[in-house]
Write a protein that binds this ligand. Structure first.
Ligand SMILES: [Zn+2]
Length: 501
């Protein structure tokens, strides 16, 4: 779980909070993002789009949330997307059987185990209803999909999609036929998903309405070892937590492939890109691992699964599932829809169904973990300083602009400067309320990278102070140079330290 400090900050600043919270009966597992939380989340999604989609030559779709029943018959969700449910025989409170057992044991057990297995464990560990200590009933499988009725009269059945990826599989034939793509290709989607969780808890870690950032990499299985940019990552070290000895091994991509820990170059390449993405959120490498999943713990479609996990306090939290889905998806959708979804590619003698490697990232979880990883508390004399050490690409604003005082024309000057900077495509936070120290502190708390202060000297010589958040260093800059300074920051050509003191 994220630290209490992060949670307090999120609450105080309204970064996210329960939906419909002013109503006494608001349901658990739904959250709204406030103005600043929304901005940070948008930056996170843009950063994902830039690094894992556009930089990799991928494309993105935006598919509908409701899909017909046949889609989920084909995908296997109707049959398999279940959580083990137990209910107290007396107070009727529902629980997830696996979670009750895990709470007692202190370690994770596979949620996909059989109902008998859970009943046996509950009996063995003498688990009772946590509320009234009364006996629990038998375990049943509870399907987590949310059903919707479509139309009037003779209604048809649809479901809110429980993950973002199905649209991508369904749309692949059309995208392929448009002739604008070649394999391997990442087809991505950022979108909502819905899961009727039995007992949502742990804030953004387990919600009923969630968002995913998915990249589905379609590739020719005969060419699983052909990667154009292999040189770029072959020496990059992956943090692999292996089942064989339950330890993290820091192995280069080349090494992981040679030892047959990963089943092909394409998969290794994308694991490297995924790890680099999470590392770029300012999450230290030693707190990132890919956990190899045993067969029983894997999703029902996966031949190989690596869960990308991040360490928070002493627990590892899953942020992304990296699944080698083989030809499962296109094969089953082809069968259900009675269409041939195999394709032909030059250099491959026979028709084939593309294989898929997936990197599916939970947005809310990643957002929360990212806040936690960037939360800093520093002692400054008697005062305590709190700030988010977000990288500039993830900060809600590029710059804050403050007039030193509201009077003597300083506010007008500062507003004019904000207006100018916004026209340069910068995201500007303008704030004139309260002492200058308080305004710096407020901007620091939400991770704004830079702050400009317009003071009395500015009126005389058109210069302002530019302050960098993390170091709190200040430099005097000519107003007319600001456009160039920020342009250099955004393109990475110069940093704050390169500016003259
Ligand atoms: Zn009970």
């Amino acid at each position: 779980m994220p630290s209490t400090d992060t949670t307090n900050l999120a609450q105080r600043r309204g970064l996210f909070f329960p939906s419909a919270e002013i109503h006494a009966n608001f349901p658990a597992g739904f959250f709204d993002y406030g103005p600043e939380g929304t901005k940070i989340k948008q930056r996170l999604v843009e950063h994902w789009r830039k690094t894992l989609v556009e930089n990799e030559g991928g494309v993105e779709i935006d598919g509908s949330v409701i899909l017909p029943e046949s889609v989920f018959r084909a995908s296997g969700h109707l049959e398999n997307f279940n959580d083990p449910l137990v209910t107290c025989e007396t107070c009727k409170t529902p629980y997830r059987a696996d979670k009750l057992i895990e709470d007692k044991l202190g370690y994770e057990i596979p949620e996909g185990a059989s109902a008998d297995f859970f009943d046996q464990k509950i009996a063995e560990l003498k688990i009772v209803c946590p509320k009234d200590k009364k006996p629990l009933g038998k375990t049943t499988q509870f399907n987590m999909m949310m059903e919707v009725e479509l139309g009037a009269g003779k209604k048809s059945k649809g479901y809110l999609k429980p993950e973002a990826c199905q649209n991508i599989f369904l749309d692949f034939p059309r995208i392929w036929k448009s002739g604008r793509i070649k394999l391997p290709i990442g087809i991505a989607q950022f979108g909502r998903a819905f899961r009727n969780e039995i007992a949502p808890r742990q804030g953004l870690l387990r919600t009923r309405e969630l968002e995913h950032m998915d990249v589905e990499v379609f590739f020719n299985p005969y060419k699983i070892n052909e990667v154009e940019k292999w040189e770029e990552i072959k020496d990059y070290k992956l943090q692999l937590y292996l089942l064989s000895d339950k330890k993290i091994h820091s192995l280069s991509c080349e090494e992981a492939l040679k030892q047959k820990i990963v089943s092909g170059k394409i998969i290794t390449y994308w694991l490297a890109r995924a790890q680099q993405f999470f590392h770029s959120l300012n999450i230290p490498l030693e707190k990132i691992r890919f956990r190899e999943l045993e067969k029983e713990a894997r999703a029902f479609y996966a031949a190989e699964t690596w869960d990308l996990e991040v360490k928070m306090d002493d627990a590892w939290v899953e942020l992304a599932a990296c699944n080698y889905r083989t030809d499962y998806d296109l094969k089953t959708h082809g069968k259900e829809s009675k269409q041939d979804l195999s394709i032909r590619e030059e250099g491959t003698p026979e028709k084939f169904i593309p294989h898929i490697f997936e990197i599916s990232t939970g947005v809310g979880r990643t957002f929360w973990v990212m806040l936690d990883a960037n939360f800093r508390k520093e002692k400054r004399g008697p005062e305590e300083r709190l700030f988010l050490d977000l990288p500039p690409a993830l900060a809600p604003y590029d710059v804050a602009v403050f007039p030193l005082m509201k009077k003597d024309g300083l506010a007008e000057h500062a507003e004019e400067l904000s207006h100018h900077l916004r026209k340069q495509n910068l995201r500007v936070l303008y704030d004139e309320a309260g002492s200058i120290g308080k305004r710096y502190a407020r901007a620091d708390e939400i991770g704004v990278s830079f702050a400009i202060t317009v003071d009395y000297q500015s009126l005389k010589d058109r210069s302002v102070t530019l302050r960098e958040r993390t170091s709190m260093k200040q430099k005097r800059i000519e107003v007319d140079d600001l456009d160039e300074v920020f342009w250099n920051f955004s393109t990475g050509q110069r940093t704050f330290d390169d500016l003259a003191d």
